[in-house]
Design a protein around this ligand. Structure first.
Ligand code: PEP
Ligand code: MG
Length: 370
């Protein structure tokens, strides 16, 4: 329930007057975006587009696209997805009514989109028993493709900008959808501030190549629609290498957003998916005080963030930087993000009020320290 009582509303308004740290939300749907706005979010800091691909009507097309071995088939599937993506972004832009919206291009662990191999194996056995030769070859081909796409370590594998660089037509479709939606709304007089974000960048060239593709597509769409949109292209900083080379990366970016979920995974070398198997034991044994995926590890991950911020500001003093990992909604981590100089935090809608309060508290504490 998004209802906030009147007293709390007043306290939150006072907090807003005090705080200097921005509070945005992580939202992938217009419903979440509207809810977060009611709770005081000042924009979307992370719209994860992969969730949009899981709808019942979409997953068969998404599979068709991922399983395609040739560009032509992939493009055909993407053509079917384009109007659906455009609707997604129209909805999100409308619900944010002129506030900045950071849309992250596709970043799925690829296996989540693949057909189930065991189901395919069972189907093959069934067909072999019935002697349906035509279909047998078809299923065998599918099994081959799934096997070739399957990864041992999907969270460290073919995801983020790596996928965008291997299959540029996927990001092209998404950028077209974002820009068509933005241009159409601008032509209706609705203000839109799209910020296109590239995930899992570790090498500056990953960003420069992708950014150039984004720019070309954005220019094409704006020329088609006869309108100019003030869009930005930025990157997630979620790999230690990105933070350590942030001076190079900053030159190619209009903004940074620290993805501390992946940054925690890659700094500790702890798999995000398997952490529950040993972190609680580490906590009991006093090896770790907190689960580092819940409370930001200031000594390790935090130090890497500081390096990233310092290096980026050495070349672009005004570069806008935020945090959109789970830590962006956790009080101790919010204070830390503020102290090291980030401009905003982005968290799930229900954490927005807490983030507003903590941001004010942190502003007061920092003033008192001076
Ligand atoms: C992150 O890595 O912190 C992040 C926000 O992205 P995701 O959780 O989607 O990988
Ligand atoms: Mg991430």
């Amino acid at each position: 329930d998004a209802e906030i009582n009147e007293d709390l509303k007043q306290i939150l308004l006072w907090a807003d007057e005090i705080r200097t740290l921005g509070v945005r939300t992580n939202a992938d749907t217009p419903a979440d975006a509207s809810l977060a706005r009611e709770l005081g979010a000042e924009g979307i800091g992370l719209c994860r587009t992969e969730h949009m691909f899981f709808g019942e009507d979409r997953i068969p097309v998404v599979r068709e696209m991922i399983m395609a071995e040739d560009e032509k088939t992939r493009k055909k599937a993407l053509k079917k997805l384009l109007p659906m993506q455009k609707e997604d972004f129209l909805g999100i832009f409308r619900s944010m009514e002129g506030l900045p919206v950071t849309i992250r291009l596709l970043d799925p662990p690829l296996h989540e989109f693949l057909p189930d191999k065991e189901e395919l194996d069972a189907k093959l056995r069934e067909l072999e028993a019935s002697g349906d030769c035509g279909k047998i070859e078809e299923v065998k081909k599918l099994i081959q493709r799934v096997t070739s796409l399957k990864e041992l370590n999907p969270m460290l594998g073919h995801r983020g900008c790596r996928l965008g660089i291997t299959y540029p037509e996927i990001y092209n479709m998404q950028v077209r959808a974002i820009m068509e939606a933005a241009c159409e709304l601008a032509n209706e007089g609705v203000k839109v501030i799209p910020e296109i974000m590239i995930p899992l960048v570790g090498l500056v060239k990953e960003l420069s190549v992708t950014r150039e593709d984004v720019r070309k597509m954005a220019e094409t769409v704006m020329a088609e629609k006869g309108v100019k949109i003030d869009y930005k292209v930025g990157t997630m900083i979620e790999l230690p290498r990105a933070a350590i080379t942030a001076d190079q990366i900053a030159k190619e970016a209009d903004f940074f957003s620290f993805g501390t979920n992946d940054l925690t995974q890659t700094t500790f070398g702890f798999s995000r998916d398997d952490v529950s198997k040993f972190v609680p034991i580490y906590q009991k044994a006093g090896i770790l005080e907190h689960d580092p995926f819940a409370v930001l590890d200031q000594e390790g991950v935090g130090e890497i963030m500081k390096i990233g911020i310092e290096k980026a500001r050495s070349v672009k003093p005004d570069l806008k930087m935020g945090i959109c990992g789970e830590h962006g909604g956790e009080p101790r981590s919010i204070c830390f993000a503020h102290e090291i100089g980030l401009d905003y935090v982005s968290c799930s809608p229900y954490r927005v009020p807490i983030a507003r309060l903590v941001a004010a508290q942190s502003t007061i504490r920092m003033k008192n320290k001076k």
